[in-house]
Write a protein that binds this ligand. Structure first.
Ligand code: NAD
Length: 497
């Protein structure tokens, strides 16, 4: 049993609120530990500790700040197996998938190592007689990140690496369901040479989050999680004068054109739909074949592949995916399958009866595939976040495009085709933030920014890439004139060029 407190001022401290949550091992369904849930007072103490440390950190030159991150990268590599096993144990994803989670965070740390270049400002020599103009980027102070259960390594790193590289102190409030890896990452940052207080981890639930949202010393909040909470975080954080970006849920479509290579498409669809048990914000949850012939060919190839998916405990290297995160997640997914049946969709593959031998109490759910889903059904409109794929048959390309555009979520989308004209038209017209052409999970590379549209994202500026540097800094613009260029006499009209 692991007992998680908080990580403040470079050391583990026990929780004092007297409130705890269970941390499960989804593979067995056993309680593996408990995590302290911070009180308002504990949050205040963590913020005060960070605020004090931040002033000195901001004065460390960017090259030296980057060196801490470089050392951190070495330490991640040295500890990769241990981190992946811990992640897999608390989350349920397979160890190979856990390594991917860590690697996509690692790549953003690599990007943040370029901070000396990324923080270079703008300069205009001779903007007027004896006048130079320049703009520089300065850190905000103390900033906070609130992260979801489904990427417990990647999303914390997406948030804290650029923030810290820019000279801020960072308070991380990870998901209470899998706090082990975020706590371990904070230890490794200290081992890499980060001064204490620059990365504090507070565990908790709504009480901790509300305390962060209302704290006047926190200047910015980055959130990732479900849409209702993202909207709440955005509104409450902005009301207290903070910079906020909050990323929410998704319903990602894959449009399959009649000319698509069907074998390649099915390979891509099955990995993107069922990998990590569908618990990814960039998972494909809706396939939209265009034309009856395309839909029939898709189903012919897809059904046997979905039936053959191998579900296993997280420790099974040959498993395609493992358990869901909690029993509550299993119950929610099951209830959506029942809803889909009541709504009249065709359950082409029914995984409801799946049992994992030897792991009867684990949080497993068999793969499900719905055909003939229509846009008025709840299983189409709402995020299920499990191994359930819906097929919505479109008669034309225009109908497929409208489905993507009319959906309230706009996180990711993909088109599979060999027709360059169709792909180009789709990329131009689709109302979604991240688009793949023959790429099923178009999560942008670390040096581009990540973010959805519509109700998948609230606030301005995206995560990682150039936007992260803008989000975690404020711009100061200076106009300077030196005496040799000064004209005689006072001027009373508005100065112009
Ligand atoms: P969640 O919204 O339940 O929790 C996210 C965070 O918010 C956690 O740290 C949690 O402690 C906190 N929280 C939960 N309820 C709260 C409340 N009432 N008030 C204040 N804080 C609260 O999300 P989750 O289940 O951990 O993660 C899955 C969701 O995250 C899915 O909807 C998925 O699509 C989304 N997600 C989005 C992205 C993206 O970039 N758009 C990436 C990953 C996950």
């Amino acid at each position: 049993m692991t007992d998680y407190g908080h990580f403040i001022g470079g050391r583990h401290v026990a929780g004092t609120s007297g409130r705890f949550a269970d941390v499960f091992e989804p593979m067995t369904g056993e309680v593996a530990g408990r995590v302290a849930l911070a009180s308002q007072e504990e949050i205040r103490a963590a913020v005060a500790n960070s605020a004090e440390a931040q002033v000195k950190w901001a004065a460390v030159n960017p090259q030296r700040r980057a060196r801490v991150l470089m050392k951190f990268l070495d330490l991640i590599n040295q500890n990769m197996d241990e981190l992946a096993e811990l992640l897999s144990r608390e989350h349920g994803k397979t160890v190979a998938d856990a390594k991917g989670d860590i690697q996509r965070g690692f790549e953003v740390v690599e990007f943040a190592c370029g901070v000396p270049h990324l923080l270079k400002g703008e300069f205009t020599d001779g903007a007027g007689p004896g006048i130079d103009a320049y703009a520089m980027r300065q850190p905000l102070g103390v900033v906070a990140g609130i992260t979801p259960f489904n990427f417990p390594a990647m999303i914390p790193m997406w948030k804290f690496a650029p923030a810290i590289a820019c000279g801020n102190a960072f308070i991380l409030k990870p998901s209470e369901r899998d706090p082990g890896v975020p706590m371990r990452l904070a230890e490794l940052m200290i081992e890499a040479g980060l001064p204490t207080g620059i990365l504090n981890v507070v565990n908790g639930d709504k009480v901790a989050v509300d305390a962060l949202l209302d704290d006047p010393d926190i200047k910015a909040i980055g959130f990732v999680g479900s849409t209702p909470i993202a909207e709440y975080i955005y509104a409450r954080g902005a009301a207290s004068g903070k910079r906020v970006h909050a990323f929410g849920g998704a319903k990602n479509h894959m449009v399959i054109m009649p000319d698509a290579d069907m074998d390649q498409t099915v390979d891509a669809l099955i990995g993107a739909g069922y990998g990590s048990a569908g618990e990814r914000c960039m998972a494909i949850s809706v396939a939209v074949p265009v034309g009856k012939g395309t839909a029939d060919r898709l189903m012919e190839k897809l059904v046997p592949r979905v039936e053959a998916l191998k579900i296993g405990p997280s420790s099974d290297a040959s498993a395609d995916y493992g358990p869901l995160v909690t029993q509550a997640a299993v119950d929610k997914v099951r209830s959506y399958v029942e809803i889909g049946l009541k709504e009249g969709a065709t359950l082409a593959v029914d995984g409801r009866g799946f049992k994992m031998q030897g792991y009867e109490k684990g949080f497993y759910f068999g793969s499900c595939l719905f055909d003939n889903v229509t846009k008025d059904m709840r299983i189409y409109k709402e995020e299920i976040f499990g191994p359930v794929l819906s097929v919505v048959r479109a008669k034309t390309y225009e109908e497929a495009l409208s489905l993507c555009n009319d959906h309230e979520y706009g996180n990711g989308v993909a088109i599979f085709t060999r027709d360059g004209d169709a792909a180009r038209d789709f990329v131009s017209k689709v109302q979604v933030g991240m688009v793949g052409v023959n790429v099923p999970i178009p999560t942008p590379l670390a040096y581009y920014s990540f973010g959805g549209w519509k109700r998948s994202s609230f606030g301005d500026l995206n995560q990682h890439g150039p936007d992260s540097i803008r989000f975690y800094t404020k711009t100061k613009t200076v106009t300077s004139r030196w005496p040799s260029g000064v004209k005689e006499g006072a001027e009373f009209s508005m100065p112009t060029m």
